[in-house]
Ligand binder design. Structure first.
Ligand SMILES: [Zn+2]
Ligand SMILES: [Zn+2]
Length: 320
């Protein structure tokens, strides 16, 4: 019997577990009860919270002031066609950057690294073993990193708007619009990501944006949450996910880096994931050879989890 919804267990690693087992022993599988997820959640401390609040507050103010300048100068010098094109380029760049940052954080480094381990990589590890955790984070915790990135860009824009002549602003207006749209979509990337994991009480405008693929649709993001989390890294609009998969963009980069450095992709991610392969799950893996077909599938999925890259096609075959 399948007891978790797909949000908690995209790979259905525990789909043979009885509901009663889960209720008696919540220390099972993915989600907030996952041993690693609990440990990672506790690493969010008070100092980080204060830092997050300041960065979100500052970003909002800068975004608002720059927004007034962007609208004011659009009325003065804007050309609709160019402006739409520049805006679209800004959104595409934000989507690509979200993919790059997400891929780097998921694939390389360790939570044991000083400073970036706890502050930057922790949420990525937590998200894979407890995908619903993001839906329990408030606006500040969800968006602080991305709003922080926005601050230097916004300061640069504001400085230009205030100090440059009208003629200079006119000649650079499309560049400013590109930066502004890029900034907004970078800032809201994690909020969009959170919406892709939220199945209840989403505002109607968000459902509309997801339905028409203006932002990352829920269905598309589910591909990324199939272990070992090696595809569909773009999480802003997700427009670039399919083209990048078609040219094997991420896997080619990984092979290149592994050949040069010898580092194994996602080894730290696997380490955290294995903290969830606990007593009962391990017992089931050991007995898998002599059990039913379902149990063999369970074992295969356990191997996938431990050994890394397995084609999605293989997982789909298992499900049939
Ligand atoms: Zn990820
Ligand atoms: Zn996600």
């Amino acid at each position: 019997m399948k007891v978790y919804d797909d949000e908690n267990d995209f790979n259905e690693n525990i789909f043979t577990v009885e509901k009663s087992d889960y209720e008696l022993d919540p220390d099972y599988g993915w989600g907030p009860c996952h041993e690693g997820a609990r440990e990672l959640a506790q690493l969010y401390d008070k100092n980080k919270r204060i830092f997050d609040c300041i960065s979100v507050f500052l970003s909002f103010i800068l975004l608002f002031i720059n927004g007034i300048y962007v609208v004011k100068f659009f009325i003065k010098f804007g050309t609709l066609t160019y402006s739409v094109l520049c805006g679209l380029c800004g959104i595409l760049t934000a989507d690509f950057l979200s993919g790059v940052v997400h891929w780097v954080a998921d694939t390389w480094g360790s939570t044991d690294l000083p400073i970036i381990g706890k502050n930057f990589l922790r949420p990525f590890r937590e998200h894979h073993i407890d995908p619903t955790s993001i839906t329990r984070h408030d606006f500040v915790e969800t968006n602080s990193y991305n709003f922080l990135v926005l601050i230097p860009v916004s300061v640069y824009m504001l400085w230009n708007f205030v100090t440059k002549s009208q003629e200079e602003i006119r000649s650079e207006y499309n560049w400013s619009l590109y930066l502004y749209l890029l900034g907004i979509f970078v800032a809201y990337t994690n909020q969009i990501h959170k919406w892709s994991h939220t199945y209840f009480d989403l505002p109607k405008y968000v459902v509309f944006l997801q339905k028409y693929h203006i932002v990352l649709p829920q269905r598309q993001h589910r591909y990324h949450h199939i272990a070992p989390h090696e595809t569909y890294y773009c999480i802003t609009t997700g427009w670039l996910n399919y083209p990048l998969e078609c040219i094997n963009f991420w896997s080619t980069l990984e092979r290149l880096i592994t050949n040069i450095t010898g580092y194994v992709p996602r080894s730290d991610d696997m380490r955290w994931a294995q903290k969830g392969v606990r007593k009962k799950f391990k017992e089931k893996l050991i007995n898998a050879d002599t059990q039913t077909k379902e149990m063999t599938i369970l074992k295969n999925r356990g191997d996938m989890l431990v050994n890394g890259r397995v084609p999605i096609k293989k997982q789909q075959e298992d499900l049939n």
